[in-house]
Design a protein around this ligand. Structure first.
Ligand code: GDP
Ligand code: IMO
Ligand code: MG
Length: 434
């Protein structure tokens, strides 16, 4: 692949296998940067028999000699991050100030954000989002309301005290008067979070400056998106979305790097579609067909354990993702999950109120009523999980990949046929990110 700075994002509704691809690509880069979201993300990396699920740490953290950065666009639950660091440290991986940088500007998720998230969901009725309950939305609300608390604030006890006091007065009033919930105790939060700040202090820096220097010294940088295109706050199935910009463009603001410094965008898409949480999903299956994909694909949330809804590959959706992200190439994951199927469907567009659509549209009604238009493709009914190159794939599997590529007008560059590192290959044999 050409280019030194690659942005990787999910092209569907999250859980496309981004963590696995990030880990695999990290061998060829110097730095991996998370740029949005928080511990709503669950990125799975399997190394040998060991399964790691990263919520906040970038998925490149298992590689020696690489630097991982948590950018300013991420919202951090410091307690979760500390646990995550301790967990992999206990497994023998190094996490020090030399290989982990946390942006001083990243916002902090506080206990009231998590409670707010849950209480708000209860009030939304039919418009319930099915959030992960991790306080992501309320934390971003405070950020844009300009009342948020940032990592840098945890390092100064007076500033933190002042900000927390003002916040808590307001939050407690709303919590008790509107939500009829019990108030939070200032002292407890203050002490806990000062302690978290102290524990993380050696990692906290101006991450954007670090990246600017890295760009000047020609380092290879991989930007790790969380969630996926259709959970984006602008381009997703609003309001059933997350609260950040999950698109490739989000990497610029969420890491502090100019668009002129980005060379390539890689979209990760599953060979079918899944969604967890509420919201529309035109190609969703029901009954046995759905259960087959769910079981074979082990489609249970890496963060909340909730079952993921499953359905056919939606080429109209991914085509839109290609356009709004400027995706140059696709990594197609979980091809092996389709191995047993005699017939596979691909959605090529939609029908809505008597009209044919090539792309999804923003209209709320469209999402709930549009019917997918399918094309049927013969399955391959043989195992692909031991394939190491395109030559090892059955002809029908190659035809499936090629048809997807044609429909979304983008090359499928990487194919994944299992959760392990070795179950990944380039469609051509070129390996390195050049
Ligand atoms: P992410 O959020 O995009 O990083 O994806 P998740 O980790 O939430 O979910 C992807 C799941 O699929 C994880 O359990 C991975 O281990 C697994 N996985 C990734 N790629 C493949 C693949 O090609 N085949 C199979 N069978 N599993 C995969
Ligand atoms: P990764 O990075 C799949 C979904 C939630 C919910 C909506 C809003 O692992 O792909 P939030 O807690 O963010 O306010 O919830 O977004 N969601 C995800 N779905 N993968 C994720 O992350 C997700 N992160 C959030 O289920 O529907
Ligand atoms: Mg996930």
């Amino acid at each position: 692949m050409d280019g030194k700075r690659l942005v990787l994002i999910g092209a569907q509704w999250g859980d496309e296998g981004k963590g696995k691809i990030i880990d695999w690509l990290t061998q060829d880069v110097d730095i991996v940067v998370r740029f949005q979201g928080g511990n709503n993300a669950g990125h799975t990396v399997v190394v040998g028999d060991d399964k790691h699920v990263f919520h906040l740490l970038p998925s490149g953290i298992l590689h020696k000699g690489k630097v991982c950065v948590i950018g300013n666009g991420v919202v951090i639950d410091p307690e979760i991050l500390i646990k995550e660091i301790e967990q992999i440290f206990a497994k023998g991986y190094k996490v020090e100030a030399t290989n982990l940088i946390i942006s001083d500007r990243a916002h902090v998720i506080l206990p009231y954000h998590k409670v707010w998230d849950k209480l708000k969901e209860e009030r939304l009725g039919n418009l319930k989002i099915g959030t992960t309950g991790r306080g992501i939305g309320p934390c971003y609300v405070d950020k844009f309301d300009r009342t948020g608390i940032r990592m840098v604030d945890l390092l100064d006890k007076d500033i933190f005290k002042m900000k927390l006091k003002v916040n808590l007065e307001y939050k407690n009033e709303v919590l008790t008067k509107i939500f009829e919930y019990k108030p939070f105790d200032f002292q407890q939060i203050y002490e806990d979070y000062l302690y978290f700040g102290e524990k993380l202090s050696s990692f906290v820096k101006d991450a954007a400056l670090y990246l600017a220097e890295a760009v000047k010294s020609d380092k290879k940088i991989l930007f790790e998106g969380a969630q996926g295109t259709f959970l984006d706050v602008d381009f997703g199935t609003y309001p059933f979305v997350t609260s950040s910009s999950t698109l490739a463009g989000g990497a610029c603001v969420g890491a502090g790097i100019g668009p002129s410094r980005i060379d390539k965008v890689l979209g990760v898409a599953k060979a079918y579609t899944t969604r967890v949480g509420e919201g529309p999903f035109p190609t969703q299956l029901e009954g046995d067909s759905m259960q087959h994909l769910q079981k074979k694909g082990n489609e249970f949330g890496a963060t909340t354990g909730r079952p993921r809804r499953c359905g056919w590959f939606d080429a109209a959706l991914v085509r839109y993702a290609v356009d709004v992200n400027g995706i140059d190439e696709i990594a197609l994951t979980k091809l092996d999950v389709l191995d047993d199927l005699k017939e596979i469907k691909i959605c090529v567009g939609y029908e809505f109120e008597g009209k044919r659509y090539q792309y999804p549209v923003s209209d709320f009604n469209f999402w709930s009523k549009a019917k997918p238009v399918y094309e049927e493709i013969a399955g391959w009914c043989s195992e692909t999980s031991s394939a190491h190159s395109i030559d090892d794939l059955p002809d029908n599997a190659v035809a499936y990949i090629n048809r997807i590529s044609e429909l979304i007008d983008t090359d499928v560059k990487i194919v994944s046929v299992g959760s392990k590192r070795a179950q990944t290959f380039y469609m051509n044999s070129e390996k390195e990110i050049k």
